[in-house]
Design a protein around this ligand. Structure first.
Ligand SMILES: [Zn+2]
Ligand SMILES: [Zn+2]
Length: 439
């Protein structure tokens, strides 16, 4: 069935899923059923020997939504949240990480696998059923979950529009195809993906659902601002419908978490604007992370620097599994229960590190270590001693963390070039350092 394994390409190709032709499969015959690629999955599912009602290590479910290529300035970076009223409302019931970053490759074909794997991973080319496709070299969240929690493929489902060749999870010897999710790859628009997700939820109530919306990136590449912002509103509506469906479903209500993120953003206006992406600019890197549900703290906005590989590690913690090949860290600050957080009996020295890069343009990171002496604050001041930006205030925090400053003040306006002070305070401890902003 896997007729040919190709060597990895010389150069990483920057491709996006939406560049695949938009067509339905099977044409016209779709009646809301599931299309699973080939008989392979049925076979593997049948042979895997894991019962449908497998043991569960954690009781709560997880719905993941990936919105391809929405720039932060049009989602939670917009103080008015103009295009995302539904997600803005969900955020009040949950946690928002406003410093979540794609820290490596800002295009879909590498960022999505990194979101699955909890690690940046190389991919391997292969031919499946005559179609060239790619699989990840590291195990994925799906594989960890199905193996460790004895979950059937019916209870671990990946839903996206029709694509001619799916990117695949790993062939890792410890995991691999026995533990892949079932795929529903149908339709062409985000609305089709939404309907298929609702159908799957009603039919089998998967414990882990991974939903991919491609419409925003597709519209962004068209260069049509109205189409791009409309697509964000559509994706936002889809998230709102899914959230409401979770609350109204007797199996899911009160037992299901939602996590919404992006693979990458889009160029900021200084680096080519919204029609493209894929470089080192802040617009491409800054992505959203919204989470809500029984395992997520409510009404929380955090400014702790977090990055793409942290996503699947956090999802794993919610699902009660251990992603042993992942490199990310769990985003403990958004979780109601932490099992691997800092040991509170272990004293941690209070320390304020030098920001990097420094001088900076766009974005800089400030490393801190907090002890056990209570709430912390981290504030930027100008040379006149005026408070410019409050990065953290009255947040209980322990251990080493990194905070991000994007050169904007508390009113979301870009501040002028020059020397600034940043002050880190906890209890009787206070430390001050200088940084230089070059706009
Ligand atoms: Zn793209
Ligand atoms: Zn860019």
């Amino acid at each position: 069935m896997f007729t040919k394994i190709l060597e990895p390409p010389e150069k990483i190709r920057a491709t996006c899923v939406q560049h695949a032709p938009n067509r339905r499969y099977p044409p016209d015959s779709y009646r809301g059923g599931f299309f699973r690629i080939g008989m392979l999955w049925f076979l593997w599912t049948a042979l895997s020997g894991y019962s449908f009602l497998g043991a569960q290590t954690a009781s709560n479910n997880l719905l993941v939504v990936i919105i391809d290529g929405a720039r932060y300035s049009e989602t939670f970076g917009d103080p008015n949240r103009t295009y995302i009223p539904n997600m803005n409302s969900i955020a009040r019931n949950g946690s928002l990480v406003n410093t979540f970053y794609n820290d490596s490759l800002t295009y879909t074909s590498r960022a999505i696998p990194a979101l699955w794997c909890g690690s940046w991973t190389t991919v391997q080319d292969t031919i499946i059923n005559g179609q060239s496709t790619q699989y990840t070299r590291k195990p994925t969240l799906f594989e960890y979950f199905r193996k460790q929690a004895s979950i059937s493929a019916d209870s671990c489902v990946y839903i996206l529009k029709y694509v001619p060749s799916l990117w695949l999870p790993s062939f890792h010897p410890d995991y691999g195809p026995d533990f892949w999710p079932s795929f529903v790859s149908e339709g062409s628009e985000d609305q089709d993906v939404l309907q298929n997700t609702l159908d799957v939820m009603n039919a089998t109530h998967p414990r882990l659902l991974w939903v991919y919306f491609a419409g925003v990136d597709h519209a962004g590449h068209s260069g049509d601002w109205a189409a791009y912002t409309q697509a964000i509103q559509v994706a936002d509506s889809c998230v709102g419908v899914l959230w409401d469906a979770l609350q109204q479903d007797s199996v899911y209500a009160g037992r299901t978490n939602l996590m919404v993120t992006n693979d990458h953003g889009r160029h900021d206006d200084q680096h080519g604007g919204f029609s493209g992406h894929g470089d080192d600019c802040d617009g491409c890197r800054h992505i959203m992370l919204l989470a809500a549900g029984p395992d997520i703290r409510s009404n929380l906005v955090t400014g702790t620097y977090r990055r793409t590989p942290d996503f699947a590690v956090t999802a794993s913690q919610i699902l009660g599994i251990t992603p042993e090949y992942a490199t990310g860290n769990p985003i403990q600050e958004i979780l109601t229960q932490s099992t691997t957080g800092p040991d509170p009996t272990q004293p941690v020295a209070f320390h304020l590190g030098q920001n990097y890069p420094n001088p900076f343009n766009g974005m800089t990171r400030i490393p801190v270590s907090a002890g056990n002496q209570g709430p912390v604050s981290l504030v930027i001041y100008n040379l006149r001693g005026e408070r410019v930006k409050t990065l953290v205030e009255n947040t209980l925090s322990t251990g080493r963390q990194t905070f991000v400053w994007d050169g904007r003040d508390d009113h979301h306006l870009t501040v002028s070039s020059g020397l600034y002070f940043y002050v880190f305070t906890q209890g009787n401890h206070r430390s001050v350092r200088k940084l230089v902003l070059l706009q």
